[in-house]
Design a protein around this ligand. Structure first.
Ligand SMILES: [Zn+2]
Ligand SMILES: [Zn+2]
Ligand SMILES: [Zn+2]
Length: 241
């Protein structure tokens, strides 16, 4: 956090150096899917040598999840392809508003703008041969989207899981779930709430994300039940099938 001298912000542990939340999926058929475009996307893509994005899924339109969208024009240049973008109606409306210069045909384009194709998510859909299942979750008074891909699910920015979404989370090998901090927050699970939700969902392994600087990696992980841990930047998970 800018201007903070707390133990986590001063930590030498690389797992305590956190950029904004996003994941990159490499599908079995070769498709490369980015979930959210954070303000740190440029740095993240350089650090992990990401050269291709075949599709983008958006969870919701808060700044920490969308503000890197302009960087996508570099992927357009590299692949010479437009990038399909999948999001719910509210998120697409926000993207059109926030990035008006991209979608307004009259705006001067300068060095180029991202070439995007917007698709409204209305239920499960396919990217190549992979089914993507949207999972509605509560984020304050919004319902936003998590995503299930095979036996993996990504639920960031969450402080409640509606009953109707429960069956969508059966039989998970790996769940990534929001756990902001220990103190209560109006739009995010606390670590205790996240552990309780993770127990109900019962994935074989749960990784917590969207972590604030109150939670140091090592000390927080030490207090978690078996099969649960904090995620960290650059963590890679391989899923079978
Ligand atoms: Zn701090
Ligand atoms: Zn949010
Ligand atoms: Zn967020």
């Amino acid at each position: 956090m800018i201007g903070c001298d707390c133990a986590v912000c001063r930590s030498e542990d690389p797992r305590d150096k956190r950029t904004r939340p996003s994941i990159y999926l490499e599908l079995d058929d070769g498709g490369r899917v980015l979930v959210d475009t954070t303000p740190d996307l440029r740095f993240q893509a350089l650090r992990h040598d990401i050269r291709r994005v075949d599709a983008i899924l958006f969870t919701h339109a808060h700044a920490d999840h969308v503000m890197g969208l302009d960087e996508v024009r570099r992927f357009n240049m590299l692949t010479r392809q437009p990038v399909p973008v999948y999001a719910d109606r509210r998120t697409l409306a926000a993207l059109r508003r926030i990035f008006a210069y991209v979608f307004d045909s009259d705006a001067p384009k300068g060095g180029g703008v991202p070439d995007l194709r917007l698709w409204t998510i209305g239920g499960p859909f396919m990217i190549g041969r992979q089914e993507i299942v949207p999972v509605p979750i509560r984020h304050g008074n919004w319902h936003i989207l998590g995503f299930r891909v095979g036996t993996f699910a990504y639920l960031t920015d969450c402080n409640g899981i509606p009953e109707a979404s429960r069956p969508l989370l059966d039989g998970l090998e790996c769940l990534v779930l929001d756990a902001l901090r220990r103190r209560p927050h109006p739009t995010h699970f606390t670590l205790d709430q996240a552990v309780a939700a993770a127990r109900k969902i019962g994935a074989r392994r749960t990784l917590f994300t969207h972590i604030a600087h109150e939670l140091g990696h090592e000390a927080s992980c030490a207090g978690l039940p078996d099969g649960m841990a904090l995620a960290y930047d650059a963590l890679t998970i391989e899923m079978a099938g």
